[in-house]
Design a protein around this ligand. Structure first.
Ligand code: GLN
Ligand code: ZN
Length: 767
């Protein structure tokens, strides 16, 4: 009988209880006791949800982030928060969120403002963790209290607990040495603390500990590979058994290394690394546990149970008791429970599985492995039959398969993604048409999403105002944005995106092939969640999506009005995508649909069209060796979307991040006439990546950080642009903020843009 388990469970709660409890506590609207109680209630409920498993994770719950929890367990607190006299949970939140000097409570003068820890993406997911901070002097001190308390809590509730921790090599690899010192030099100091932690767990009667080392699915330098050997020679000899968990990808060249480590079991992501299952089994000593992630922990689709059993049955036969089965990774990355979906399209719903349903699948698979697919328990046969019916229905549904779309994708040729003329020729025609000054000013698209906008939207959704009243309200907001931009003296205007709730959802809602869940929330960081739209079928655009709004806005001004779209790669990367075709195919379908919108805008007389690719970089694969393959189809998709227009039509794109060095050739290959990027926080240095030789077209380096309420001064902006002009010829520079302004107030936007416009005037007079 295969042992069943899971690597982790979503902690936010089916109704986002943790989010609301955290936010109430941070606001001072509820007590620490209340927050702690919500945490305990969620753990209890989630352990019950996982009750059918043989081993249940403990320690995967975190109030903010599991990596930050690990930093506290290891006593690795940033210098600036040590010596805090207050409550340790508050100190944890100080690292997570920072605290400004004004709001800091006075605990004897030691507890002024602190900067938040840096946050970054957890591997290739949309989850963000707080980066551990190191320097050459870092010392570690065990604080096992959180884990031991949760373990005691679990035991009291009769949970068959398997504590989960992040392994030492991954922990070091994910952190940052603030002084540029060698992080690996800390390993000898770190290992005794891990050994002590494992011993403390063993003392509590723990048999198995899951130790996560996902860094093993990435390319490792020799020193890091050696670190694995060193670490597990120390840790593998303790009394507790270690299940070394890898996920999100293949082990490839690290497979022999992983198999040689003296641990009692290895978890392999058999969704991404099915091909490696045999090699893993052959390489592992015969007394080791083989845990296979057979249900996808990163998507929301039902598993094809029969297809899984087809390959898993012989494996199970060979392994016997040594086989464990689980989802491929922690279920943190999927919504909690499909039962909460009341309004979801019934047909699509029958194809889906959220965390609770995925654990059901694990149970059914384990039962089928023990008793046979139609053997001992009739219930299993019925469950497998229901699964087969759902999988078949999805495979053949006309809503999934649109032959016209498939034919259009098959007909894509190189011509489709090519502009008619080279940049220089286009630029001359665009200059003649648009007649812009040097250092033209523009914004990235959105203006403040005011209370009135949100109110009108929710009234429209609730049916208390009709479509005409809603349109009227949005037009009012658009007119206000246009008026303000004219008064500011901006050169290329935008409509302000009042009608958009979200830059992906807005388009998903209008495309065929998408559905939206009601409460399919996934934690992004801390209390923040996203609800990714579900791309389930071939994508098509029944009708124009933005043309009415943009042409209305254009009718209010003589200045050029920029049409505003989200690009195919970003829509793809922020959605739950299909598992029945490659991501690149879905991306090309999106590209064709958005291309139609671009062409419709052009036909309607819109002379400047921006296609945002905010998430292009996010889609980069974990292994550098796979980057180019991704970049090739991502760039191709953008080009298909953008490049069907006439020379006179100016294409903009926007990317709100600042790391370009390693992908600059691909960014240039997109061939947008203008790219706007985030730069203000890096003091224009990142423009080094864009210098004359590598980036041939026009660039708008963001001149102020829209995440901050601070108003930039004219001098500051002029200074930044002068630096930019040292790297990029002045006649190719635009002046704009770092990103959209939807999260700001008008009272902040107006003075900031006033200074930006006068900075552009000063620049025109001086450069
Ligand atoms: N056009 C979008 C906006 O201004 C771009 C947002 C983004 O890049 N994240 O809001
Ligand atoms: Zn942006």
């Amino acid at each position: 009988m295969a042992t069943t388990h899971t690597l982790g469970f979503p902690r936010i709660g089916a109704k986002r209880e943790l989010k609301f409890a955290l936010e109430a506590y941070w606001k001072g609207a509820s007590s620490r006791d209340e927050l702690v109680r919500v945490g305990a209630d969620l753990r209890k409920r989630h352990w019950q949800d996982q009750g059918a498993l043989d081993l249940v994770p403990v320690g995967d719950f975190a109030f903010y982030d599991q990596v930050l929890d690990m930093s506290f367990t290891l006593g690795n607190l940033p210098e600036r928060v040590r010596g805090y006299h207050g409550d340790s949970l508050d100190n944890y939140f100080r690292v997570a969120r920072g605290r400004s000097a004004e709001t800091a409570e006075d605990h004897g003068g030691c507890c002024g403002g602190v900067a938040a820890g840096e946050m970054t993406k957890w591997f290739d997911t949309n989850y963000h963790y707080i980066v551990p901070e190191f320097d050459a002097e870092t010392q570690f001190n065990l604080d096992a209290s959180r884990l031991l308390e949760q373990l005691a809590e679990a035991e009291e509730q009769g949970v068959k607990a398997k504590p989960v921790i992040i392994g030492p090599v991954t922990y070091l690899a994910l952190g940052k040495a603030k002084d540029g010192s060698d992080k690996l030099a800390l390993l000898p100091r770190l290992l005794p603390v891990y050994a002590e932690l494992l011993q403390a767990l063993a003392d509590q009667g723990v048999e198995w500990v899951q130790i996560d080392e996902p860094i093993l699915v990435t390319e490792l330098e020799a020193a890091w590979r050696d670190a694995f050997t060193q670490a597990y020679q120390t840790l593998g000899t303790g009394t507790v058994k270690l299940l070394l968990a890898t996920y999100f990808g293949q082990l490839q060249e690290n497979l022999p290394l992983a198999c040689a480590l003296p641990v009692q079991g290895i978890h392999l992501d058999a969704i991404n690394a099915r091909d490696e299952v045999d090699a893993l089994i052959q390489s592992l000593p015969a007394d080791r546990v083989v845990s296979l992630g057979v249900v996808n922990g990163r998507n929301i689709w039902k598993t094809d149970l029969h297809a899984t059993l087809d390959w898993l049955e012989p494996v199970a036969e060979g392994l016997g008791e040594r086989l464990w089965i689980a989802p491929s990774c922690s279920l943190l990355h999927v919504p909690v429970d499909l039962a909460g979906e009341r309004k979801l399209d019934e047909e699509v719903r029958s194809w889906l599985a959220f965390a609770v349903q995925k654990l059901e699948e694990i149970r059914v698979l384990a039962t089928a492995l023990t008793q046979g697919r139609d053997g001992g328990r009739a219930a299993v046969a019925a469950e497998l039959e229901a699964n087969r019916a759902a999988i078949e229905a999805r495979r053949h549904s006309p809503r999934v398969n649109n032959l016209a779309v498939k034919a259009a994708v098959a007909a894509i040729d190189a011509q489709l993604g090519r502009r008619k003329s080279a940049f220089a020729e286009r630029a001359a025609k665009q200059a003649a048409r648009l007649n812009l000054p040097k250092f033209p000013t523009t914004t990235i698209g959105s203006f403040p999403q005011t209370k009135e906008i949100r109110q009108a939207r929710s009234q429209f959704k609730a049916g208390t105002i009709d479509a005409a009243a809603y349109t009227e309200a949005m037009r009012g907001e658009i007119a206000r944005s246009v008026r303000e931009q004219e008064a500011l003296g901006l050169d290329v205007l935008v409509h302000g995106e009042a009608e958009r709730n979200d830059m992906v959802e807005y388009f998903g809602e209008q495309l065929d092939g998408y559905v939206f869940s009601q409460s399919g929330w996934v934690q992004s960081y801390g209390s923040r969640c996203v609800k990714p739209p579900i791309l389930f079928g071939d994508i098509s655009r029944p009708k124009a999506m933005t043309v009415d709004w943009i042409t209305y806005a254009a009718s209010l001004t003589d200045k050029p009005m920029k049409g505003m779209l989200t690009g195919p790669v970003t829509i793809l990367n922020w959605s739950f995508v299909r598992d029945d075709q490659p991501r690149s195919d879905s991306c090309r379908q999106l590209a064709l649909a958005i291309r139609e919108e671009v062409l419709d805008l052009e036909k309607a007389g819109v002379g400047v069209i921006q296609i945002d690719e905010a998430a292009l970089r996010e889609g980069l694969p974990l292994r550098k060796s796979q980057w180019q393959g991704y970049l090739d189809w991502a760039v191709e998709s953008f080009r298909i979307t953008a490049n069907g227009v006439a020379d006179e039509t100016q294409i903009h794109t926007h990317m709100c991040y600042s790391e370009f060095n390693d992908i600059i050739a691909s960014i240039a290959a997109m061939d947008a006439d203008v790219i706007t990027i985030e730069t203000s926080r890096s003091d224009m240095e990142l423009l080094d990546a864009f210098d004359d030789f590598k980036y041939p077209n026009e660039i708008g380096p963001g001149v102020y950080d829209i995440h901050s309420p601070n108003i930039p001064t004219e001098e500051h902006i002029v200074g930044l642009m002068k630096k930019a002009a040292e790297r990029i010829p002045a006649d190719r520079l635009w002046v704009n903020p770092d990103c959209g302004l939807k999260t700001r107030q008008w009272a902040e936007v107006l003075p900031a843009l006033t200074n930006m416009v006068s900075a552009a005037r000063t620049l025109r007079a001086t450069i």
